[in-house]
Structure formats: C-alpha cells, structure tokens
Design a protein around this ligand. Structure first.
Ligand code: GRF
Length: 206
C-alpha cells in the first residue's frame, strides 16, 4: 500500500502543491496525498487540491475549543489512514491530544531558521531584526509553537533591497525543496530523534 500523507493548510497551499508535484514526479516514491484539510473555508489550497483530484475539504474551527477541534481533524486523518501529517501554512497550534495521537508523525514548515523568529510574519521579523541570513525549517510538531525537533533547514541570504514579500518569495523556493526532502526522509525512516536532535542516516546507495 502506498504511504499515505495528510496535509493541513489554512491558505494559499503552495507547499501542498510542491509536495503534490513531488509525489506525482516520483521524488516522494510510493506515496500519495490522501487528504488535504483546511481550518478555513476560504483557503485557496482546497480548490487547488480538488483540481488535482485530491480529496480536500475545510473543517471550520470557529467556535470550537482547541482539543474539540483537533478531535475532528484526528478523526478525519485516521479515517484516511494517514501515516504522516504535513502542516503547510496551517495557522493553528495543535493540542497535546493531537500530538500524542501522532507522536513524531507531524511535520511543519516555518519560514525562518528556528529558533529565531517563531510565530507570525517570520520574514518581517528577520528583516526588522537586521539578520543577514535567514531561511526555513522543517521540524517535528509538538504542543509548543514552532519548537519541536528540527529535521532540515536551508539558509537564504537577506538583501539590502528586500521587502518582506521579496524575502518571503526567496525563502519559499527553499521551503518547497526541503519539504519534499524531509517527507522522503521521514517516510523512509532515515532518521532518529535523540533529545532535541534529529540525526539523519546517510542515504542508501543503490
Ligand atoms: C509558508 O511560508 C510556510 O512556511 C508558513 O506559511 C506559508 C504558507 O504558504 N508556515 P503556502 O500556503 O504553503 O503557500
């Protein structure tokens, strides 16, 4: 059976599209995106997924307590028998319940070199702080914000002429690249977690 991935989004969905392209092109072999879920009804990524023939729907979160909402999401993911969850622009913190249901099976991508600039508008935070390099991070998700063990990072230079939008676009290209690589590593089990450190096994030679 193909390895089944669930993707959680809140908006545009370009990281979802990058993963879907990678699955289709065989860069993430023997896998499928089983479902895309959004907490926002108007997320453009939902329509993009449907246009690709991938099951996608919004489960609106308004009015629900965090764990009550997460129980809906977990049930939807279990129903699709996903073994890995990729948060891709999913603008919610998850409950301890969610994390314990999928321990070390939830990834997130964040547009900074964590632990610098967690939270919203990471690219603007980087510019305002004056760093010369920033980047992006794929990490395992725990119940803290942008804080779980780091799987992969990529470095992106900050140019003097950058606006948050220009910098975000430069970072996004690297996000799309390393998210595919991270998913492949996790599905292949080529890593181990020791404390906060994620140690990668060397790629197998064929
Ligand atoms: C990305 O920059 C991601 O790192 C951040 O939110 C943005 C989502 O973009 N968490 P998209 O929806 O994947 O296009």
């Amino acid at each position: 059976m193909k390895r089944r991935i669930g993707v959680l989004i809140s908006g545009r969905g370009s990281n979802f599209e990058a993963l879907a392209d990678s699955v289709a092109a065989g860069r993430i072999p023997n896998a499928e995106i089983a479902v895309v879920l959004s907490n926002r009804a108007d997320a453009p990524g939902v329509a993009k997924a449907k246009a690709r023939g991938i099951e996608a729907r919004a489960i609106p979160s308004s009015g629900l307590e965090r764990e009550a909402y997460d129980r809906l999401i977990v049930a939807a993911l279990r129903q699709k028998q996903v073994e890995l969850i990729c948060m891709a622009g999913y603008m919610r913190m998850v409950s301890a319940y969610f994390v314990s249901e999928f321990r070390n099976r939830i990834l997130n991508i964040h547009p900074s070199l964590l632990p610098a600039f967690p939270g919203l508008e990471a690219q603007r935070q980087a510019l305002e702080h004056g760093v010369k390099f920033t980047g992006c991070t794929v990490h395992f998700v725990d119940e803290r914000l942008d804080a779980g063990p780091i799987l992969l990072q990529a470095i992106v230079p900050v140019e003097d002429s950058d606006t948050p939008e220009i910098l975000a676009a430069r970072i996004l290209r690297e996000e799309h690249r390393i998210y595919t690589e991270a998913v492949r590593i996790v599905l292949d089990g080529r890593y181990r977690i020791e404390g906060r450190r994620v140690l990668l096994d060397p790629p197998q030679k064929h």
